[in-house]
Design a protein around this ligand. Structure first.
Ligand SMILES: Cc1cc2nc3c(=O)[nH]c(=O)nc-3n(C[C@H](O)[C@H](O)[C@H](O)COP(=O)(O)OP(=O)(O)OC[C@H]3O[C@@H](n4cnc5c(N)ncnc54)[C@H](O)[C@@H]3O)c2cc1C
Length: 605
């Protein structure tokens, strides 16, 4: 073991301190093993904290017809049946217990008049199901997990970035990274590693994701030999801010529609009534009045079409804009102010239900959402695919490696329902922590050899040693984001994606030549140069997978194959690193679904 680098030894190392990482760390620690937690930014600053609308759990507090079976069927229907059904089952069954556990740990949820956890409507969920805290649910989730976690003896390494996983033979035995402040290298030796690094929105130009969303964990796992699945399924959230340009992409929570917000084109038409997919016809209202009653809790009413799944709503918005019926800045209108026709004291009501949205638009766009409609458009939001894991244990396909949260694929299939991510984090974060701890107890520490560390360090320092480079990392990052947005975005075509694959080759070659100036101490240019490896890896995985799936399903829409292909419902797309270092793809048949789960799906149709 090398002595050149500061080295930490743990039983379980968790990379990422969002909801999934924190929950995994808590569980592993509770199992009595030594746990280290590494995060790229400050503790508490992950994407999880930005989550607004809520976490889905079939507690039946607002509508007692809800139960795990309805939630399971909704998740499978939303994912268009390419989900890991075992994960969908576990998620639906275990989410209520995980939410109650948060409550016991001090989370202060909004309440029903009789004191239960309040649940709100969200797209694709049959009944009001999202436990929430106004529109700041993620903040409460992360606060609660942090408060609980600090009493568990977890060691936290903040502002440390992992650049590669370390292996002993086939097994993952640790990680290598640097601290952002001084740029010093650190070695983490661990018997088991949990990756919980979140999504990859930063591969695109318009996104809800912060600078951290560069797909690191997905890429780290891939390069360590783990398989990725369903990488073609990217969620373009229908409602992001589009004006002013400085905030383009920022999320406008689905809770606005859950509280009665409606979508209109420039002609004032509620265009969502124009196209209701067959799969949802039985559950969707064709009458605006009935839709309004649904949002106000009428159990006999059907949901308004604004609460159809995100993939569909995003495409309808795209259609309106393309047809010249968009808003002045290239989106459509989202109107919550209209509810003044229905309820008194509207301004106070909206401010109470959607405080962050009110402030977001007031401060960033000088627009009062209690009086005027918002201008919104689709924005890259979420990765449905990710590291391929075992549904029960969250073990990746490489020994010693586990994954949870947004970087792990399977639960959401081709499209995620709103609110199913926060519950994913707590259900599968817990499982990842539990099984990583078990693995750590059953296995001794592996060996990290010096050559591996020297190679990791040499590669990380390369950008400082290149001279005469015409460009720094930002230009490459910018060009990649533009290209992915234009060629592998919300509407895809074969020739455009083939062009993107060529483009990726050129971008790889440019990335391998970028140079950075100055020294290792707090050097964002250097950090960006290292992030490029991840961004390019995940972009290639998305593009190859999207090219291969010759149909339209969920978040993946092919203009050249606009229909669903029943044959394509039978497999998942899997990418992996071949022995020669190239990215390879195969179609993995979906295991047969057990009869009892099949029956649940049929009964809920
Ligand atoms: C604006 C917004 C609103 C949302 N609202 C909702 C909602 O209401 N309901 C819902 O269910 N979902 C919502 N989502 C989605 C949900 O918040 C995310 O999918 C989820 O929080 C991801 O959690 P995570 O733990 O997987 O990762 P994150 O919360 O993204 O955390 C990732 C962690 O990994 C660390 N990390 C990353 N790379 C490295 C590296 N190389 N080395 C070390 N550490 C690293 C980061 O620093 C961070 O600590 C929303 C997302 C956004 C962006």
């Amino acid at each position: 073991m090398a002595t050149n680098y500061e080295t930490f030894e743990y039983d379980v190392l968790v990379i990422g301190a969002g909801g999934a990482g924190l929950r995994a760390a808590i569980e592993a620690s509770a199992a009595g093993v030594k746990v280290g937690l590494v995060c790229k930014s400050l503790l508490g600053k992950a994407h999880t904290v930005m989550a607004e609308g809520g976490m889905a759990a079939a507690m039946g507090n607002v509508d007692d017809r809800d139960n795990w079976m309805v939630h399971f069927a909704d998740t499978m229907r939303g994912g268009q049946y390419v989900n890991n059904w075992r994960m969908a089952e576990l998620h639906a069954k275990e989410a209520p217990a995980r939410v109650h556990e948060l409550e016991a740990w001090g989370a202060v949820f909004d309440r029903t008049p009789d004191g239960k956890i309040l649940q709100r409507n969200f797209g694709g969920h049959k009944y009001p199901r999202l436990a929430h805290v106004g529109d700041r649910t993620g903040l409460e989730l992360i606060r609660t997990l942090q408060d609980h976690g600090i009493h568990q003896g977890i060691t936290v390494h903040m502002e440390y970035t992992i650049v590669t996983l370390l292996k002993d033979g086939d097994r993952v035995v640790g990680a290598f990274g640097y601290d952002r402040e001084r740029g010093r290298f650190k070695v983490f030796q661990a018997k088991a590693v949990v990756v919980a690094t979140g999504g990859l929105g930063r591969a695109y130009k318009i996104t809800t994701n912060s600078w951290e969303g560069t797909g690191d964990g997905v890429s780290l796992a891939y390069h360590a030999g783990a398989e990725l699945r369903d990488m073609e399924f990217i969620q373009f959230h229908p409602t992001g801010m589009i004006w002013p340009p400085s905030v383009k992409g920022l999320l406008v929570t689905e809770a606005v529609r859950g509280e009665g917000g409606i979508l209109k084109n420039k002609e004032g038409r509620r265009f969502m009534f124009d196209d209701i997919p067959d799969l949802y016809k039985a559950q969707t209202s064709t009458d605006p009045e009935e839709g309004w009653r649904y949002t106000q809790g009428d159990k006999n009413a059907k949901r308004p079409p604004e609460l159809l799944t995100r993939d569909h709503v995003a495409r309808c918005i795209n259609r309106e804009v393309k047809a010249g019926r968009g808003s002045p800045h290239g989106g459509v209108f989202l109107d919550i102010a209209w509810i003044k026709e229905k309820i008194p004291n509207t301004a106070e009501h909206i401010k109470r239900k959607l405080p962050s949205m009110y402030h977001q638009f007031m401060q960033l766009a000088n627009l009062d959402i209690t009086k005027e409609p918002m201008e919104i458009g689709p924005t890259t939001h979420y990765l449905m695919g990710g590291i391929r894991v075992d549904g029960d244990t969250q073990a990746a396909t490489v020994p010693g490696l586990f994954a949870a949260g947004e970087c792990a694929g399977g639960l959401h299939g081709a499209n995620r329902l709103g609110g199913n991510s926060l519950s994913d984090l707590i259900v599968f974060g817990k499982r990842a922590g539990e099984f990583a701890a078990k693995y750590a107890k059953e296995n001794s520490a592996g060996k990290v050899n010096d050559a591996q560390l020297e190679e990791a360090s040499r590669r990380a320092l390369e950008p400082f040693e290149r001279e005469g480079s015409p460009e720094g990392p930002y230009q490459v990052q910018h060009d990649l984001q533009e290209m992915m947005q234009d060629l592998v975005g919300i509407v895809r075509r074969e020739e455009e994606m083939a062009k993107a694959l060529d483009g990726l080759k050129q971008l790889w070659s440019r990335a391998n030549k970028v140079a950075v100036a100055s020294n290792r101490e707090y050097n964002p240019g250097w950090h960006t140069a290292l992030d490029l490896n991840h961004l390019l890896t995940v972009s290639e995985a998305i593009t190859r997978s999207a090219l291969d799936r010759q149909e339209s399903r969920g978040g993946h829409f092919r203009e050249d194959f606009p229909k669903k292909d029943p044959e394509a419902q039978k497999y998942n797309t899997v990418v992996f690193k071949a022995a020669d270092g190239s990215m390879k793809l195969r179609r993995e048949p979906i295991p047969p679904i057990p009869a009892e789960l099949k029956q649940v799906i049929e009964e809920m149709k």
